[in-house]
Each structure stands twice: as C-alpha cells, then as structure tokens.
Design a binder for this molecule. Sequence first.
Ligand SMILES: Nc1ncnc2c1ncn2[C@@H]1O[C@H](COP(=O)(O)OP(=O)(O)O)[C@@H](O)[C@H]1O
Ligand SMILES: [Mg+2]
Length: 331
Amino acid sequence: MTTMAHPNPDSIDQKSVMELESLILSLKTELQDRMTEIAMLKETGDAVSRELEKRVEERTAELLSANNQLRQEVSERERTEEKLKSFMDKLEQSNHELEDFAHVASHDLQEPLRKVTAFGDRLKAKYEKELGDQGRDYLERMQSAATRMQTLINGLLTYSRVTSKKQPFISVDLNIVVQEVLSDLEVRIEQTRGSVETGNLPEVFGDPLQMRQLMQNLIGNALKFTKKDEPPVIRISSRTLPAMKSGDPQEKGLYEITVQDQGIGFDEKYADRIFGVFQRLHGRGEYEGTGIGLSVCRKIVEHHGWSLEAKSQPGQGSAFVIRLPLNQNRE
Ligand SMILES: Nc1ncnc2c1ncn2[C@@H]1O[C@H](COP(=O)(O)OP(=O)(O)O)[C@@H](O)[C@H]1O
Ligand SMILES: [Mg+2]
C-alpha cells in the first residue's frame, strides 16, 4: 500500500482564515476610505449646490428687476407712441382741412372773378369812347389784375390737387419726362439761346403727371432766373449715393437728381422760404411768376416720400436737389 502525502487540512484552514482575515481587513480599510471619500464628495456637492442655488436666486432677482425696468420702458414708449399718433392724426386732419379750404376757395373765387372780367369786357365794348385814355388805362389794369388773379387761383388749384387728386404710382422713366418737358419749353430755350445738358436719369415709381410738373417747374425756373444777357446753362443730372454706414438696414442708398443753373441765384438763408406758397424773392417787374411753382414741387416730392432742397449763392447759380430711395417700396 502506498501512502500518499496529504496536506494537513488543519494547516490549510489556518492559512485560509488568515488570508481571509487580511482580505477582510483590507476591504474594510478600502471601504472606510471610500466612505470618507463619499462623505467628502457629498460635502463638496452640498457646497456646490448651495452656491448654485445662491447664484440662481441672485440671477432670478436680477432678471426680475430687468423685467420690471423693461416693462416700465415699454409702457413709457407706448405712451409716447400714443401721443405721437394723436399728434399725427391732428396734423393730418388739419392738412385735410387746409386742402379742402384751398380747393373750395379756389372754386368759389373763380365765379366772382369771371363776373369782373365779363363786365369789364362789356364796359370796354360799349363805353370805350366815353372812357377816355385814363378810363381805358384803369380798365386795362383791372382786367390784367383779374387775369393775374385767375393765374393765382389756378396755381392754388394745382397745389391742392397734388394730394386731393391722388393717382396710383407707376414706373416712370425720368429721361422721357425731361425730354417731353424740354420739347414743351423748346421755344423759350431757343429764344434765350439756352443750353440744357441732361445726364442719364433713373426710372422712378411715382405719379407720371406730377413728375412732369416737378421737372417743368424746376427747369422753367432755371430758364427764367438768368442773368441779364447771359443765356441760361442748365444741367440735369443724377447720381446714386450708397447706403450710409449707419448700420441701419432700412437705409438702402439714394438717388440724387439735380437741376442746376448758372443764373442769378439767391441767398441761401431763403433756401427754405422759397418753397412756401406765394413766396418769391424777385419782384414781378424783373421776373414774372406767382410763387406757387416750388411749393407745388415740394408737395409733389413729399407726396412721394422724397425730399427736395435748394442750394445757391447770389450770382453763382442754384441747384435744386431731389433725393429718393434707391429701392422704393412698391407695395
Ligand atoms: N433757379 C432759380 N434761381 C434763382 N431763384 C430761384 C430759382 N428758382 C426759384 N427761385 C426763387 O424762388 C422763388 C419761388 O419760385 P417759384 O415758386 O417757382 O415761383 P415763381 O417761379 O412763380 O416765381 C422765385 O420767385 C425766385 O425768387
Ligand atoms: Mg416757378
């Protein structure tokens, strides 16, 4: 019988127990370490979450106060807008009243005026001999005053019609408009030996008849207010101005159309006054006219949402500048 060498079971157990014990011990230490770590993490986490909460509270308070401020600003703005709107409404109403007045007055004034002219004619036809030289002179002056008054009334009517007889806007080629105006003024240009130079003009969106009135008045003035014995030299030109660098997205750039002459000019302190109805800087003895042309021009330009201004110096000629947006709103 062979005897096998068996390990001593007691000694094995003893060893395993010791190993196990040491394992447990190290696990315990490990566990304790982890627990401490967790406790530390928890503490840090709490501190972080407290800090976060505090910040959220602060931010909320900030937002609330900003919100309140914004609300205040909005309501203040609304109040201002309301005021502005009521002001605009009043302005529009008073404009309407003025237009009605100009319209009615022009019509009502025409009737008595026709009578003055008609009875003047009869007086002349029937009693010319009896009137004598002085009587005829009086009568003639009366008749010419009546004619002038008719011209003034017609001017007022034209003025009031700019907005009372609104026409739909269409695409208008200003080159053609100016050609037509120049052909209407052909005789006058020839008589004065004037020269007119025209650059390439844009196509605009507007009332074609009013475009014609506008150019007619400006070119007519440039032909009229010339120095004695000096033929008029007129330049009609256009250029584009790029959008301002203001960053304003509405600003799309401009067309600038200029009617320039080398005539008598005027002191620029009157540059605004001349656009008023019946406003004239030059006597009728020198240059005939009614003082309505430029007021019609400005009304037309404003009716289109454009601008018109004058630049001049006495003896140095004048320039009338129309400005309109490059991309007009065609809605
Ligand atoms: N091109 C110009 N050169 C000098 N003065 C001008 C010119 N255009 C207008 N004016 C001045 O502005 C005034 C008003 O012009 P406007 O309203 O056209 O009236 P009118 O031509 O009937 O006199 C003119 O009487 C004149 O004094
Ligand atoms: Mg005129």
